[in-house]
Write a protein that binds this ligand. Structure first.
Ligand SMILES: NC(=O)c1ccc[n+]([C@@H]2O[C@H](COP(=O)([O-])OP(=O)(O)OC[C@H]3O[C@@H](n4cnc5c(N)ncnc54)[C@H](O)[C@@H]3O)[C@@H](O)[C@H]2O)c1
Ligand SMILES: O=P(O)(O)OC[C@H](O)CO
Length: 342
């Protein structure tokens, strides 16, 4: 199959996916709001700012006009950072047809309104098919053809399988999942825990602390997810624990690297600007904190990271708050399995 695909957002991930899809033989249109950036991509056939060393194949056409970019494309990939999705949807309003499928690859939750990306898209395009494409996938590895697995999630089996076929390659294996809520939450919330894993590394803590953060982190993600209607099984999959592992352990991760700088004592502002690309977890921490209150779900790690980012708590204080919480059980649901005797 050969499709015409528009990618909106020429950062690290939009560029990597453009390369994968173009190498597969699709016609790819790539748009970014910054005209100078697009001119650079056109002239140099590489994205020196966001994805150095990767060559852009000639069947990627760069666009500065977003309408030209999406015209006659069967798939519109949303690859801008999550807080820019609404603005991007507004830009194309009135120019999308019902048979064009939206594929969102950004990982976040809209701050203030606390909406998942599918919910934002639904506000503008309630009749469109929507797929969330997510999983453990760093752009730096994907564009080199290093084996990677991701998930195509949609309410529509047809749409999920169509996008599976569009993206799958011998090095990018795509699974399907109907659980949009779980897939979107897993992809967004792991960034909060990855900031925590980075902070732990920056403080000089070891593997034990990181394993604890990851394991207890997925528990609190799953608790919130369940309260919001997700399938609990999704959090044991690629877009849950899978993405959490890669983001908490990889030096490609912007969230982890930002956390390391915070743990070493850098200010949030300086840490973000030293990364130079979006650090989604900073926004998602605020959204997750608000969601935990809204759904009355206990999220102690998120709570501490929120306090570090937004209330000037020290990282060491946060660790001691977590360690000194009132003692509890590992799995609340398993309490009844204890024998009531010595
Ligand atoms: N980089 C990865 O390995 C990777 C992998 C999977 C998912 N993601 C997700 O993809 C999304 C994009 O990440 P990235 O790595 O490409 O980030 P990036 O910082 O490299 O690029 C983000 C791009 O979004 C653009 N942008 C931001 N706000 C915008 C707006 N309002 N209108 C138009 N453009 C806007 C920026 O100009 C930039 O080009 C994030 O949500 C990220 O979590 C990234
Ligand atoms: O670099 P990060 O931390 O934004 O993570 C990128 C991807 O989400 C990893 O799957």
């Amino acid at each position: 199959m050969k499709e015409k695909i528009a990618i909106l957002g020429a950062g690290s991930w939009g560029t990597a996916l453009a390369i994968v899809l173009a190498n597969k033989g699709h016609s790819v249109n790539l748009w970014a709001r910054n005209k100078e950036h697009i001119e650079n991509l056109k002239c140099n056939r590489e994205n020196a700012k966001y994805l150095p060393d990767a060559r852009l194949p000639h069947n990627i056409i760069m666009h500065t006009d977003i309408y030209d970019c999406i015209k006659e494309c069967s798939v519109i990939v949303l690859a801008v950072s999550s807080q820019g999705i609404r603005e991007t949807l507004v830009r194309i309003k009135g120019n999308v047809t019902k048979d064009q499928i939206f594929v969102n690859v950004s990982k976040g939750i809209e701050n203030d309104r606390l909406l998942r990306i599918s919910e934002i898209v639904n506000e503008y395009y309630p009749d469109s098919k929507y797929v969330a494409l997510s999983g453990p996938s760093h752009a730096e590895e994907v564009c080199k053809g290093i084996p990677t697995t991701i998930v195509s999630a949609s309410k529509s089996k047809y749409a999920a399988e169509f996008i599976q076929d569009v993206f799958i390659t011998p090095t990018l294996r795509v699974y399907t999942n109907p659980d949009i809520v779980g897939v979107e939450l897993g992809g967004a919330l792991k960034n909060v825990i990855a900031l925590g894993a980075g902070i732990s590394d920056g403080l000089g803590y070891g593997d034990n602390a990181k394993a604890a953060l990851m394991t207890r982190g997925i528990r609190e993600i799953a608790r919130l997810g369940e309260a919001m209607g997700a399938n609990i099984g999704t959090f044991a999959g690629l877009t849950g624990i899978g993405d959490l592992i890669v983001t908490c352990t990889s030096m490609h991760s912007r969230n982890r690297r930002c956390g390391i700088k915070l743990g070493e004592g850098m200010s949030l502002e300086d840490a973000i600007s030293s990364i130079g690309m979006v650090v989604e977890g900073v926004y998602t921490t605020k959204a997750a904190y608000d969601l935990s209150k809204k759904f009355d779900v206990e999220m102690p790690i998120t709570n501490e990271i929120y306090n570090i980012l937004y209330n000037n708590s020290s990282a060491k204080e946060a660790v001691s708050n977590l360690m000194l919480r009132s003692k509890t059980h590992e799995i609340e649901e398993a309490m009844e399995d204890f024998a009531n005797e010595w």
